[in-house]
Design a protein around this ligand. Sequence first.
Ligand code: ZN
Length: 311
Amino acid sequence: MRKPSLLMVCCALTLTLVGCNTSNQNEAEEADNKPAETETEQRTETPADVPKDTEDEVVEEAPAPEAEPPAEDKPAEDKPSEEPATDEPEGEEKPVAEAPPVEEPAQTPSEPLEQNGTANLKLDTLILVNKQIALPAGYKPNDLVTANIDFVDTASGERRMLRKEAAQAIEKLMAGAKTAGIDLKGTSAFRSYDYQVQLFNAYVAKDGKEQAMKYSAPPGHSEHQTGLAIDVSSASVGYQLTQSLEQTKEGKWLADNAHKYGFIVRYQRAYEAETGYMFEPWHLRYIGVEHATNVHKTNVPFERYLEQSMN
Ligand SMILES: [Zn+2]
């Protein structure tokens, strides 16, 4: 699917994007550097006290892991953070010695993003799933493999799986992190449609649908079902999925380096209004090195990046 002419168009568009979005980028950077005191940051005090989040089920690394029944997962109360933001200098910025090779030329998305609210599977690793666009019911990638990285104990079975290309990429990312002295583990990768049904129904039963919609993805709408998304966290935040990850050296390393391995931090604080999801410094979405680098540079939501790339 690589046509030189399309690639050239893509490149030209990318240049345009860079030019158009300088102010966005500054804005976003500003937001990113700001401690999260005004955000609805969800903090966890104990492993048992888990935060709500939008796209993600919360997984805790507990000394005595329970058997992960989604129906038991209880979202905790939102709690504003009283934690003073530590503005530690970013010392770990040196690039990873061995940058992953840029294998695949970026596909040019010449396909429609969706049809009648259903995601276009032909977009492959650029597939778009969000609040408005769902995967076909029951969709399951046929190239899922277990990612050979460290996971928290509560992640087991399919939840350690990603599509092959994404699995290889997260393995490289984790190796690069380790080289840079960054400790990260996967907490949750693939989630099946059925699993998301259980999870979402449990939330609805607990809080009602309207409330549940605000913090959980209905079945078919989770990026985790694409096999291209993974949540990661670090010991410094107890492997919780918490916005305070952003202020840790691990979170900063992710924000600065994930794109080199083909991942984007999909739900940025600056994108909240546009994506409908709160800031999730732990949620990585694989889109390939070239596109991830473009998204990182232009600093726009993935939705807008795709739309702009296609025009
Ligand atoms: Zn996630």
